[in-house]
Ligand binder design. Structure first.
Ligand SMILES: [Zn+2]
Length: 235
């Protein structure tokens, strides 16, 4: 009995490795078709995941507008449908709107059909609203075996990140976020922050700290002549 359990566990682990872990690492660190690094050191690609959220996204857009900085918003399609006016504002103010799945479900636990449906349903909703979507970031950066090929079928390019500040964490403070961002973007980078996400485990009102940290460092980045780029300008 013990042997059968051990064999079943081993097979399960190997399948999980092949279906979930290997594609996740491959796409995040090696996939040449994904946007993972920027070509120049004085460039920053600011990106925000998990919104739009009426409590925070408007405040963030005000701040970006004040500093004339452009960003990429990886929106959750179901939320984008709830708050289309925020998405319209992103587009009107020159930001890029991209997809971050339909409901922020973990791709590791989706089979081929569910993965396909997630893309097809999200993109149909967004196309119906007149939004053209070219980029995709999977929830938590997790891919399954089919993510890359289905994204490609739908004309989407994956975008990952190489700078984060754990801005979703209960332990994060405005200064910890600001310090990490300044330190980690010395050579530029793709910055992943959040304008929502409590339902995915982020601390309550975490985006308020993110926005306060950005209010401190956007003028510094500007002063140091960093260029705010979008995926369109680096691929
Ligand atoms: Zn997310």
């Amino acid at each position: 009995m013990l042997t059968i359990t051990a064999i079943a566990c081993t097979i399960g682990s190997v399948l999980f490795l092949m279906y979930a872990l290997l594609p996740t690492f491959y796409n995040k660190y090696w996939n040449k078709n994904a946007v993972r690094i920027l070509p120049q050191k004085k460039q920053i690609l600011l990106s925000f995941d998990d919104g739009p959220d009426p409590r925070y996204t408007g405040k963030l857009l005000d701040l970006l507008q004040k500093h004339n900085a452009t960003a990429t918003f990886f929106v959750v399609a179901a939320k984008a449908m709830q708050y289309p006016q925020l998405v319209e504002r992103m587009i009107a103010e020159g930001h890029t709107v991209a997809l971050h799945s339909c409901e922020h479900k973990n791709p590791w636990y989706k089979n081929y059909r569910a993965t396909q449906e997630d893309f097809a349903f999200s993109l149909a909703l967004m196309k119906n609203s007149g939004w053209s979507i070219r980029y995709y970031r999977p929830p938590w950066g997790r891919s399954n075996l089919f993510t890359q090929s289905i994204a490609k079928q739908h004309g989407l390019q994956m975008v990952f990140w190489n700078v984060e500040a754990r801005d979703w964490s209960e332990k994060a403070t405005v200064s910890s976020i600001a310090n990490q961002l300044l330190h980690k973007t010395k050579d530029g980078g793709i910055v992943c922050l959040h304008d929502s996400g409590e339902e995915n485990g982020a601390a309550k009102d975490a985006p308020l700290k993110t926005i306060a940290a950005l209010a401190e460092i956007l003028p510094i980045w500007k002063q140091e002549h960093y260029e705010f780029v979008k995926p369109e300008s680096v691929v």
